[in-house]
Design a protein around this ligand. Structure first.
Ligand SMILES: CC(=O)N[C@H]1[C@@H](OP(=O)(O)OP(=O)(O)OC[C@H]2O[C@@H](n3ccc(=O)[nH]c3=O)[C@H](O)[C@@H]2O)O[C@H](CO)[C@@H](O)[C@@H]1O
Ligand SMILES: C=C(OP(=O)(O)O)C(=O)O
Length: 438
């Protein structure tokens, strides 16, 4: 399994404007749901068959890390998207895991490493460089379970101290997705009940809770409290889980369809996972609907409203995921109205995205480092741009579909961290997109 993050030569994606996008396309499994589900499979201590795993680089790296740390990862013959994970019998010592520095989600491995090795030693996580991305809440979570944490320059160490029993109660100061999954998976590896206040309840977290319910964990979820109780009888037989479709890939494709005034269907995504995106499209005057397992966009019937869009990224349940914001911004540039965008969750995102959109001629007013305003419609012009993070890359592809001339997007390592083949999906809808080695 390839685990390198280096890309082939100096490859770029060339995007040209073309006809409205039409047809049907199916999204991959979600990167940001696959990563915690793989870590949950590692934490469970019994075989898990996980389906619909996307083939993006971050997921490949997490699978490689699990293998290096003592899990057997098998790919059933003929299955591209399924893996069976189970702990190996042999008890080797905690390995060095330098690749963990390439991905943000390596932090999800801590509970599984604690269960297997009694400690977790990891480099600071990597991933998108979108501002200071702390882990302080994770350490508070492990300390609430009685674990000891230490941090230094190259990374951090969590040590399982004396095994304890009883319910673990803590309230998160804000709804961190990473810290919520950390608490849930540490409950799994210790077998202790959990009461977590102010949990993150994004679809990605809910997919982990669904998976745990399937193996007997009881969950109670309300807006401000998540409670988990372990199964009364231990089970060892294999379980089957499924990665949900990628809501962000679906939302990005929807923005691309809308930008070209196309009409198309995006299959394989739970409609409820893209509701905030659909609400934003409709506010702009783009007919769109979320079905059980699909997202439809009828942008040939767009009636621009000129109403201001307020795309404010939030960690609150049901709110707009920060990763929807960049492709929405690329779309809004082509629609009338004055639109506000804010992402205080990832404070460096606008610093990545705005200079790249400016290379295409976009005029965007920075009100603050995490807040900006733009007035559309603006006609963009193709130029050489850089995918400085995953969503900046996908937003630039959306922008390139309506920019005059050719847009070349470099930095494909970043794009491929999150999408196995976004250009191929756009091509399937008729977009003029190709990978070229200049
Ligand atoms: C692999 C993955 O799923 N990444 C997603 C995850 O990232 P990420 O792991 O950053 O998400 P969290 O919700 O945990 O954290 C959000 C922000 O809170 C801050 N923070 C978080 C934890 C902590 O202990 N201390 C701290 O300061 C960081 O600045 C972080 O950027 O959620 C983000 C917000 O929805 C998405 O944009 C990312 O795509
Ligand atoms: C920010 C993202 O990823 P990560 O947190 O893995 O860097 C993302 O998926 O857009």
């Amino acid at each position: 399994m390839p685990t390198s993050t280096s890309t082939r030569a100096a490859e770029v994606i060339a995007v040209r404007p073309g006809p409205p996008l039409t047809g049907t396309v199916t999204v991959d499994g979600s990167k940001n749901a696959a990563l915690p589900l793989l870590a949950a499979a590692g934490a469970l201590g019994r075989p898990v068959r996980l389906g619909n795993i996307p083939a993006n680089t971050d997921v490949k790296i997490l699978l490689a890390l699990l293998e290096q740390a003592g899990w057997h990862v098998a790919r059933p013959v003929g299955e591209q998207t399924t893996a069976v994970l189970m702990p190996t019998e042999s008890r080797h010592t905690h390995p060095e895991l330098p690749q963990a520095a390439h991905i943000r989600a390596s932090y999800y491995l801590v509970p599984a490493l604690l269960a297997r090795h009694g400690e977790a030693r990891l480099p600071w996580p990597g991933g998108c460089r979108i501002g200071a991305r702390g882990m302080d809440l994770h350490f508070k979570v492990y300390e609430a379970f009685g674990d000891r944490s230490a941090q230094d320059d190259p990374g951090y160490r969590i040590e399982a101290v004396t095994p304890r029993t009883g319910t673990v109660s803590l309230v998160l100061p804000f709804r961190s997705r990473g810290a919520t999954v950390a608490a849930v998976l540490r409950a799994v590896t210790t077998g202790r009940p959990l009461q977590l206040g102010e949990p993150n309840l994004s679809p990605e977290v809910l997919s982990v809770l669904d998976a745990l319910r399937s193996v007997g964990w009881e969950t109670q979820i309300s807006a401000h409290l998540l409670t988990l109780s372990p199964p009364s009888v231990g089970q060892k037989d294999a379980v089957v889980w499924q990665v949900p479709g990628d809501k962000i890939e679906a939302g990005t494709l929807a923005c691309a369809i809308a930008a070209t005034r196309g009409t198309a269907r995006v299959n394989g995504v739970h409609g409820k996972d893209v509701t905030p995106l659909v609400t934003a499209l409709r506010r702009l005057g783009i007919p769109a609907s979320a079905e059980d397992n699909a997202l439809r966009v009828h942008a040939q019937d767009t009636r621009p409203t000129s109403r201001p869009l307020r795309a404010i990224a939030t960690l609150s349940p049901g709110g707009l995921d920060a990763d929807f914001e960049p492709p929405l911004m690329a779309l809004a540039l082509g629609l009338p109205g004055t639109h506000l965008f804010a992402d205080a969750i990832n404070p460096g995102r606008h610093g990545n995205l705005l200079p790249q959109l400016a290379r295409l001629g976009a005029e965007i007013e920075e009100i603050a480092p995490t807040e900006c305003r733009l007035t559309g419609p603006q006609q963009l012009t193709g130029a050489g741009v850089e995918a400085t993070d995953i969503r900046t890359g996908s937003a630039l592809m959306v922008a390139g579909l309506t920019a005059r001339g050719v847009t070349t997007v470099g930095g494909l390592d970043q794009l491929r961290r999150g999408h196995a083949d976004l250009p191929g999906k756009l091509r399937a809808l008729g977009a003029d997109v190709c990978e070229v080695t200049p």
